[in-house]
Design a protein around this ligand. Structure first.
Ligand SMILES: [Zn+2]
Length: 302
């Protein structure tokens, strides 16, 4: 009987998801708590400590927790100790959340960008080699991007590499949530899709949008925008593997064939265009937690 475990946590704008490993390294005791409720006072460290203490009391009384890994929907410093900027949760900017939780709980805590946790899971799930360059493009509310080199996420000098959603589009004038004008996210994200639906298809249910309208020029242009944005990265990196995921890509009727057609159009010929191999991530509620667990375990193996 293995009395040790690791805990993976995925913090989102709506929910905090938590899970741990059992003796067979499988995810168990998966729980969701409301982010809005938990973080309503803005005392992030204290509130999260409380949530984790409850979780530990409930599930880990007779188990030693070796490591906690947390996926954060934000930019992080290059050493992953400080949260730089979070769009959706007040009170998180500037926090050294890992250190504070470690002091409160007496358990090692590491942070990583949430999209990198998703990619850790997808890399494992699809049995991708650690060798070379792998990218993940996750079209959810925004544009999430993971770049892995030899099995590790690329952080960059300040920690903010892979901001594919904030590539400036030439001539772009739309206001991005980051403060800049004309970022790629303004043309190829879930929030843009919601805007398009409201403007062009007010009577169509969001869930049926691609089922009913994917042949319309408006939505074809939207899918082409996603291909354009992804190809800026594909043409720079010529990656060994490419994963697409996120809520938009997983919508019913999303035209994957058309996306791949447009990726081929925008990719440089003959390569990388001729060697594109696209894989798709299934949008499951526990992917971020499972990825965090995999990340935590790689730290223990060192
Ligand atoms: Zn931006």
């Amino acid at each position: 009987m293995n009395n040790e475990c690791v805990i993976g946590i995925d913090i989102g704008g709506t929910n905090i998801r938590i899970g741990r490993t059992d003796e067979n390294d499988q995810l168990v005791d998966f729980e969701r708590v409301s982010s809005k409720e938990t973080f309503k006072d803005g005392n992030i460290s204290e509130s999260l400590t409380e949530v984790l203490k409850n979780y530990l009391d409930k599930y880990c009384k007779n188990v030693q927790v070796k490591q906690i890994a947390i996926g954060i929907p934000a930019t992080l410093s290059s050493d992953r100790k400080q949260i730089l900027q979070v769009p959706n949760i007040k009170g998180m900017d500037g926090l050294f959340l890992g250190k504070e939780l470690e002091e409160n709980l007496g358990i090692p805590v590491v942070l990583e960008k949430d999209v990198n946790m998703l990619y850790y899971w997808d890399k494992y799930d699809k049995k991708l080699s650690d060798e070379g360059v792998g990218i993940g493009v996750y079209i959810g509310t925004g544009v999430g991007n993971a770049i892995f080199i030899n099995g590790k996420p690329l952080a960059g000098k300040d920690g903010v590499a892979g901001e594919l959603g904030h590539i400036p589009m030439i001539g772009g004038t739309s206001q991005c949530g980051c403060g800049n004008l004309g970022c790629s996210e303004c043309y190829a994200s879930g929030w843009k899709l919601v805007e398009l639906k409201e403007e062009y298809y007010p009577d169509v249910d969001m869930n049926d949008l691609f089922v009913k309208k994917s042949n319309d020029t408006v939505l074809k242009n939207f899918v082409d925008n996603i291909a354009c944005v992804a190809c800026t990265e594909i043409n720079i990196l010529n990656p060994d593997s490419i994963i697409f995921g996120g809520g938009v890509i997983n919508m019913k009727g999303f035209p994957k064939d058309y996306l791949e057609e447009r990726l081929y159009v925008h990719a440089r010929k003959p390569y990388p265009a001729e060697s594109l191999e696209i894989q798709y991530s299934e949008d499951k509620v526990d992917n971020g937690v499972k990825g965090a667990i995999i990340f935590a375990k790689t730290l223990l193996e060192k």
